[in-house]
Design a protein around this ligand. Structure first.
Ligand code: LLP
Length: 457
């Protein structure tokens, strides 16, 4: 029978964390207990309670450095790595990626504000979105942040707002390159039928329209073909298509200096996943842009990429406490934990699979039992694992779920008025809080009972 804990024994790739399931610093100590970043998980939960999001600083920094190193190797002196902050947005994450020389991609005033508060330089921030509000556009313009224009409405508003304030702005144009890739349909964005970006066939018209504006300067192109992608060919094709569009823009007098190829590199959630390394992905993208520029006789643009998941996912784990068990003879045993779809909506949204183990006895040395791991929300579909093999466990034991650093915290909700977990950073045996745990009282903060109802009660 297949060893379901093999992922804990795999050799760890420190150069490309997206190829591991566990954070780089994961260890099993002499008492057979799991630790990350030199911190015992049991001790962390004793201090910070559960559910608990944990981020491993070494894994985060190694991921950032792998991108920077590969860009320097394959595209020397002319690149900028940008962190897609939708993957996990916080003042801490903004600060860390800025300290690693990264820029940041934001899609709302909230993400922009978080980036600025975290110390990301405004000239390294790009502002995305298929339906930016006037207030958001104004915020970006006033903070000198580059706007990625997504559609005609966006361009019209930007023109009107920049004319009104008499501000010059630099923009990039996002377009859909018509590339299909194999990933979940909800996270596929590069095909013609996508809500994001201008259709590639409409670009000549857009280039003309920009020429009639007073304050808008087109300096870059952007495309993003999807997320959790394991193939390299779509990104090879993307480089060539984007460079062809640079040539097209040139005919309209636009000098495109920046090419942003988006993000999308996949990570290893389970043993079955085998994503390319960060080096391989950057190599593919860089070589395709270099080759196409040579062919089209163009100077190399500044190459930008926007990884999110492959920066932060593997660095993160979520710890849950086991509560109730329900055995349905001959069918299954449900094991319920103290979190679920509010702290990790990915299984119910995309049928995503994860790897997990017990914190005490991670290798299941005492026995093997199959459980369906359910969350605590009032929803039958709130199931984190349809089938998970665990050793003997009881109420109060802890489960560690790996690969939850991206799109968990950032997509979390307060469904059933469940407060969001705390987030902790671990490094060299020290743990620091980076997001405080919400309390039920915090959730009442925005409720208002109109006066006339107060009088009635
Ligand atoms: N750039 C743009 C314009 C994007 O839309 C995205 C992701 C990224 C970069 C970063 O892609 P990444 O490197 O993380 O694959 N909630 C989904 C993922 C949605 C991705 C949205 N856009 C999930 O949980 O799988």
């Amino acid at each position: 029978m297949k060893d379901k804990t093999a992922f804990l024994k795999n050799k760890i790739d420190t150069n490309s964390p997206n190829k591991n399931i566990v954070p780089i610093t994961t260890a099993i100590d002499s008492t057979n207990q799991l630790s990350i970043g030199g911190c015992s998980i049991e001790d962390l939960v004793r201090k910070y309670d559960s559910p608990l999001y944990i981020l491993d600083e070494i894994t985060l920094r190694n991921s950032c450095r792998a991108y920077r190193k590969a860009l320097e190797k394959y595209y020397p002196g002319k690149s900028l790595a940008i962190y897609a902050s939708k993957a996990n947005s916080s003042i801490f994450m903004s600060n860390l990626i800025a300290s690693e020389g990264f820029g940041l991609d934001a899609v709302s005033e909230g993400e922009l504000l978080t980036a600025l508060k975290g110390g990301v330089p405004n000239n390294k921030i790009v502002f995305h979105g298929n339906n930016k509000s006037d207030k958001e556009i104004e915020f970006a313009i006033k903070n000198n942040i580059k706007v990625i224009v997504d559609n005609n409405h966006d361009l019209k508003r930007l023109k009107e707002i920049s004319d009104y304030f008499n501000y010059d702005i630099e923009i990039m144009i996002r377009f859909t390159p018509g590339i299909e890739c194999h990933t979940h349909e909800y996270i596929r964005t590069g095909s013609f039928d996508s809500k994001f970006g201008f259709g590639i066939e409409s670009l000549s018209k857009i280039f003309e329209v920009i020429n009639t504006t007073k304050h808008i300067k087109l300096i870059g192109l952007h495309a993003h073909i999807g997320s959790q992608i394991f193939e390299l060919d779509p990104h090879n094709d993307l480089g060539q298509i984007m460079v062809d569009v640079i040539s097209q823009a040139k005919k309209f007098g636009h000098n495109i200096k920046e090419l942003n190829v988006g993000g999308g590199l996949g990570i290893k959630y389970t043993e079955e996943d085998d994503p390319p390394s960060i080096d391989e992905w950057i190599r593919t993208v860089s070589l395709s842009v270099v080759k196409a520029c040579k062919k089209n006789k163009l100077d190399l643009p500044i190459l930008m990429c926007e990884p999110g998941r492959s920066i932060v996912s593997t660095a993160g784990v979520t710890i849950y406490k086991i509560g109730s068990f329900k055995e349905i003879p001959g069918i299954r045993t449900y094991l319920s934990v103290d979190g679920g779809m509010s702290d990790n909506p990915r299984p119910i949204t995309y049928q995503s699979n994860y790897s997990a183990c017990l914190v005490k006895d991670p290798l299941n040395s005492n026995s093997k039992n199959k459980y369906t791991v359910a969350g605590k929300h009032c929803e039958s579909g709130d199931v984190l694992f349809k089938e998970l093999e665990l050793g003997n466990c009881k109420t109060g034991d802890l489960i560690c779920v790996f690969g939850t650093g991206a799109y968990n915290n950032s997509m979390s909700s307060n469904y059933n008025r469940i407060p969001k977990p705390a987030a902790i950073l671990v490094c060299d045996g020290e743990a620091e809080i980076i997001q405080r745990r919400e309390s039920p009282h915090d959730l009442l903060k925005y409720d208002v009972l109109p006066d006339r109802f107060m009088k009635q009660s």
